[in-house]
Design a protein around this ligand. Structure first.
Ligand code: NAP
Length: 297
């Protein structure tokens, strides 16, 4: 498919390095890009950089919000400028009706504004084609963190991965090929079978706590409190836990600290370790979707 958004205007509001990559890709596909909430000196030539977002919304075919979306105060994630943009009800009402509004994740504030003003939100991180590709920089970055924090190599270490979804599967496979003795905790029989097929050690969720004491490092990808105080008591002091699940994570961090377990919540890894890759993954899906709904192919 030839990617061509010739003549379409897109607004990019706020964001980090990934949004800059998305802008480059939109320009390359022929779109006109209006931005606010990004520093003018980092923007490529040809972008319309606006001091007020309202000024760039008339007639746009899509709006791209930051990957982390909007916080509970209504602020868009804008780490590259001193003062974040705020998504007020009035601003949302300026979005042309029915156009796709792309965001990484939908938090309650954004969901509420969308319900009130009728925004059509597209949550990119929920889409498999994004989440699976995004799991690559996530897994690489998580292993990089473990390598920096552990006094031993990944090769020969005992690594336990909690969860076998999109992130867990990529991470477990990578740990396995790096030579870690990799145990993977899952609750679905078909996942346990797939873990066996990958030549990794399957651990049923219910029996997880018997294995945790062997671990040099535990990676949690389960977005629920699974490493409770009671479970943590079975883990020796000095064990490293990297919690990749979205906030608040799956670990009782207070309890972990009190018994000498180093537990770290590690959000937003792709944007930190590989913003270019992460931006390109998002750009491809956004451009494909815009092209599909506008031109029907
Ligand atoms: P996913 O594909 O939905 O996988 C989640 C896994 O957790 C599945 O194996 C699921 O098992 C399991 N699970 C969910 N709830 C459970 C429970 N209550 N008890 C036991 N197992 C449970 O999600 P993902 O895409 O891998 O993402 C995992 C987490 O990482 C999410 O919170 C996501 O936001 C986050 N994330 C973080 C980063 C980062 O940079 N730190 C990057 C990407 C994603 P079933 O299949 O049996 O339901």
């Amino acid at each position: 498919m030839q990617i061509n958004l010739e003549g379409m205007s897109i607004a990019v509001l706020g964001g980090d390095e990934r949004s800059l990559v998305i802008i480059e890709e939109l320009l390359a596909s022929g779109a006109v890009v209006n931005t606010a909430g990004l520093p003018a000196d980092l923007l490529p030539a040809g972008v319309n950089c606006l001091s007020k977002p309202e000024a760039g919304l008339a007639g746009v075919g899509g709006v791209i919000l930051p990957v982390p979306g909007v916080n509970e105060k209504g602020q868009l994630y804008c780490p590259l400028i001193p003062k974040p943009l705020v998504l007020t009800r009035e601003l949302a009402a300026c979005f042309p009706p029915g156009i796709p509004i792309f965001t990484g994740v939908i938090r309650p504030y954004l969901a509420k504004i969308a319900a009130i003003t009728g925004l059509r939100l597209i949550e990119l991180m929920e889409r498999n084609e994004v989440a699976i590709l995004n799991s690559i920089p996530t897994a690489e970055g998580a292993i990089q963190m473990a390598m920096e924090m552990l006094p031993i190599t990944i090769h020969g270490s005992c690594a336990i991965v909690l969860g076998f979804g999109r992130v867990g599967a990529t991470l477990a496979r990578l740990l396995g090929v790096m030579g870690a003795r990799t145990r993977v905790v899952a609750r679905r029989p078909e996942h346990l079978a797939r873990i066996t097929e990958l030549n990794l050690v399957p651990v049923p969720f219910a029996g997880m706590s018997h294995y945790l004491e062997e671990a040099d490092v535990i990676f949690n990808t389960i977005p629920a409190l699974v490493l409770t105080g009671k479970v943590l008591e079975r883990i020796p002091a000095g064990t490293l836990i990297l919690d990749l699940a979205s906030a608040p994570g799956g670990v009782d961090f207070q309890k972990a600290a009190s018994i000498g377990i180093k537990a770290v919540l590690a959000p937003g890894i792709p944007g930190k370790v590989a913003p270019k890759t992460a931006g390109r993954i998002l750009a491809k899906v956004i451009i494909d979707l815009l092209q599909e709904e506008t031109f029907g192919n």
